[in-house]
Design a protein around this ligand. Sequence first.
Ligand SMILES: [Zn+2]
Length: 190
Amino acid sequence: MAQKSGRYWVAWANAHATNSADVNALDADFKAKVEAFIQALKAAGATVIIAAIRRNPKRAYLFHWAWMISQGKCAPGDPAPMQGVDIEWDHGDLKRSKAGAKEMVDGFGLAVPPASFNPPSLISNHINGQAIDMTITWTGTIRIRKKDGTVIDVPYQSNPDTNTLLQEVGASCGVKKLKTDRPHWSYNGK
Ligand SMILES: [Zn+2]
């Protein structure tokens, strides 16, 4: 029997639809590319801290529609059902439906206007296992070996989105920078 939207689903997702920060959760092809990149960085003396790897699609579904309904951006009857997530978004009353969705937004700690005007995405390279969020730091300039064997000097910059040399090393391994999201790298730069 379907369970109505509300804080029940926060506990459910935290038990049954968790994200992973384990490199082994990546898509196998992208995992090999990430490992080559991280290995080159570490060999050069950089520190790599992985923040996020794979986003659970059920979690993404709950985030997205709870945000949309609570913000009045769609009707409670709009979300298509998702296999394995027996949630009833429509409480038969708009006010109660929005309140149930709001409990989930609060429980998940989602950013809402004015902090964020974009709903949590349903589509992401993090869901496919083809993206990684990581922080890469070092001091001064280090020599990093690209995948083709050539070595380049890469000065540290606090913002990796403007560090084109670092991006060049990543790209040589097949790991591309999304230049509007500091920790985010993926197979296609998105
Ligand atoms: Zn990311």
